[in-house]
Design a binder for this molecule. Structure first.
Ligand SMILES: Cc1cc2nc3c(=O)[nH]c(=O)nc-3n(C[C@H](O)[C@H](O)[C@H](O)COP(=O)(O)O)c2cc1C
Length: 209
């Protein structure tokens, strides 16, 4: 039941209490949750910027539709997806997998070729869309883990990606902003905290076949 209690407790926090900071230990847990997130083929085609610098948070606010969460939150997680997936990325993953699981690179050649064919041969728009989708899985896990740790969070798509990319110098790293999560502790002034959840009825969401 506690899983459902956690999900009822959480809400997309609009105003954070900027005097309250997420502990180093909790921050480490949230990062580990992101690191352990599933991704297609296991490629994890994204990086995550964890921003605690007040100066940088304030610089990002105008690029994020001036939303107050940016400067009031304790930390800002910017999920940055790869703009494209290269054969080098595939080879790096294969190397990591062989080293971790004691395999030979040759054993995974067919698998590597398959990934290259399915991902790298697609056009750039497809690739960027696909890598962003992988980042959203990690975002979902962040939201769940924060609720479990009683840390408030707001998932955010309200930003101008080219401006955020520029501020964080993402283009040079082959990255672009997929989605943002601000985390911290709700302010007493946040009037949205007590609003009832708006969700579809079960019968409108699920079909049992
Ligand atoms: C991908 C994504 C992007 C969102 N972007 C914003 C945002 O930019 N600003 C904001 O205040 N809320 C944002 N939200 C919050 C949603 O409006 C909120 O999750 C939804 O209305 C359900 O309410 P609840 O999360 O409070 O239960 C976003 C949510 C998601 C999942």
């Amino acid at each position: 039941m506690s899983l459902i209690d956690d999900l009822n407790w959480r809400y997309a926090t609009k105003r954070f209490d900027s005097t309250k900071k997420v502990s180093k230990e909790d921050l480490r847990t949230v990062k580990e949750v992101i690191r352990l997130s599933a991704s297609s083929y296991g490629l994890q085609p994204y990086e995550v910027m964890v921003i605690e610098s007040q100066e940088l948070k304030e610089k990002l606010r105008p690029a994020c539709w001036n939303q107050p969460q940016l400067e009031e939150a304790s930390a800002v997680f910017v999920f940055c997806n790869k703009s494209k997936v290269s054969e080098h990325d595939i080879n790096e993953y294969v190397k990591l997998k062989t080293q971790t699981q004691g395999l030979k690179v040759e054993d995974l050649k067919g698998y590597a070729d398959f990934m290259v064919g399915k991902i790298c041969k697609q056009d750039e728009a497809w690739q960027s869309n696909w890598t962003a989708r992988q980042a959203y899985i990690a975002l979902g896990n962040l939201l769940m883990s924060c609720a479990n740790l009683k840390i408030d969070a707001c998932p955010m798509e309200g930003f101008e990606a080219p401006v955020v990319d520029e501020i964080l110098d993402l283009k040079a790293k082959g990255l672009t902003t997929a989605v943002i999560a601000t985390i911290g502790y709700r302010s007493k002034e946040d009037q949205t905290a007590d609003q009832k959840k708006v969700r579809k009825a079960e019968e409108n969401l699920f079909t049992h076949l």
